[in-house]
Design a binder for this molecule. Structure first.
Ligand code: HEC
Length: 91
């Protein structure tokens, strides 16, 4: 019986992990967590006013911890996505 329970939870962990890894592109994370209130352009416009990358990332990390991205991994993914869009927009 314990072995059965272990197998089921392992199976669920794998399925959940696989689902999260395959279906969640960085853009999807932004779209799901942020886009209902901000278009990405709005956040990029804010970023352009804060050109120091290290300070900007640190500020965003602190801000988003209490602003719709409490999970550290989710936050890191969203910030990486924003930095990528920002780098392309700056070209
Ligand atoms: C429920 C609506 C809502 C969601 C969801 C939301 N925001 Fe916001 N956001 C706001 C509002 C309202 C403000 C302005 C007040 C404030 O600073 O909290 C704001 C402010 C900001 C600012 C600061 C802009 C400035 O000029 O100071 C940034 C950056 C930001 N949001 C990014 C994000 C990101 C990234 C996400 C997704 C993780 C997100 N927001 C999700 C409503 C939202």
């Amino acid at each position: 019986m314990p072995r059965f329970v272990f197998s089921v939870s392992l199976f669920l962990a794998l399925v959940t992990h696989w689902g999260a890894a395959s279906a969640q592109e960085p853009k999807d994370r932004f779209d799901q967590s942020c886009a209902r209130c901000h278009k990405v352009e709005v956040v990029i416009a804010w970023m352009k006013k804060h050109p120091d990358t290290a300070k900007r990332k640190a500020w965003l990390d602190g801000k988003l911890a209490t602003h719709h991205a409490p999970d550290a991994k989710l936050r890191a993914d969203i910030i990486a996505y924003l930095e990528q869009v920002y780098a392309q927009a700056a070209k």
